[in-house]
Design a protein. Structure first.
Length: 60
């Protein structure tokens, strides 16, 4: 989650609801999930543009 937050910040994008899903941590065998949460249409457009700007081999 920290790496994703930093990578997004590097292209000027903030997902305010980005967090670890608490229910996924409370399982008997934790399997952490990252919640991306909601964002504005403007942020979604900027995120799509940032992903398109990268060659496919760089996006994992």
């Amino acid at each position: 989650m920290k790496e994703l937050r930093a990578a997004l910040a590097g292209v000027g994008i903030t997902l305010p609801s980005l967090r670890l899903d608490p229910a996924s941590l409370a399982r008997e065998t934790p399997c952490p999930l990252v919640e991306l949460g909601g964002c504005s249409v403007d942020v979604a457009v900027r995120l799509a543009a940032a992903l398109r700007a990268r060659p496919a081999a760089e996006v994992r």
